[in-house]
Design a protein around this ligand. Structure first.
Ligand code: VGL
Ligand code: ZN
Length: 207
């Protein structure tokens, strides 16, 4: 696929220590995407990063729900919510970007999940699907029409971001080589199926 420098954005999702091996919510092989994303990013004029950024005691943490365990599902006012180990707590080393991720080329860093009562997988909307992060306005004001996605995790934050990009009328292209998944109870297969139906394109790599 040919990049169109003036209208394409690379959206790098949550490449943070807690999603890498040794982290609180480690994605298998998560750090393997770092050199791949660094290489891909060099091809884009526009790069944005997201950073999962939770306050201590966040509502998506199992530890905030007495008797609950990580990876169970609970009912939140906005719908079912998977409960996670405490992760990406604001200002902690786990919330920092992976040390070898090239962050210098990023023009924007979107932080998400900072409201205690609501999680935010997507870079565009929180999990109620109505509270915006501002990214759509940023893309529109800057004349960016296509969103290429890479990062962690394929089946959660990459998936939700790609779906919302389509819902908002942007083209969305997931770069498989730059993604790794959590794969909880078939979530990866579901993510691929839903993205396919929504018109999200998948490419193996951007060489
Ligand atoms: C993510 C679970 C909880 C992700 C973030 O980045 O995919 N997953 N918070
Ligand atoms: Zn999170």
């Amino acid at each position: 696929m040919q990049i169109r420098p003036s209208e394409d954005l690379l959206l790098v999702i949550d490449i943070q220590n807690d999603f890498c091996p040794g982290g609180a919510l480690a994605v298998g092989d998560g750090d393997a995407v770092v050199p791949i994303v660094n290489r891909i990013a060099q091809q884009f004029d526009h790069v944005a990063l997201t950073q999962d950024w939770h306050p201590a005691g966040h509502g998506s943490f199992a530890s905030s729900h007495p008797g609950a365990a990580p990876f169970e599902t609970t009912a939140m006012p906005y719908g079912p919510q998977t409960l996670w180990p405490d992760h990406c707590v604001q200002g902690t080393p786990g919330a920092a970007f992976h040390a070898r991720l090239d962050t210098d080329r990023a023009q924007l860093i979107i932080r998400k999940g900072f409201r205690r009562a609501i999680d935010s997988y997507s870079a565009f909307f929180e999990n109620d699907k109505i509270t915006p992060t501002g990214l759509a306005g940023y893309l529109r004001e800057r004349g960016l029409a296509r969103v290429f996605l890479a990062g962690l995790a394929t089946d959660f934050c990459v998936h939700y971001s790609a779906m919302d990009a389509r819902r908002l009328g942007f083209e969305a292209i997931v770069i498989d080589a730059g993604c790794r998944a959590i794969d909880l109870g078939g979530s990866l297969a579901r993510a691929y199926a839903e993205m396919g139906e929504a018109g999200v394109l998948r490419i193996a790599d951007l060489a």
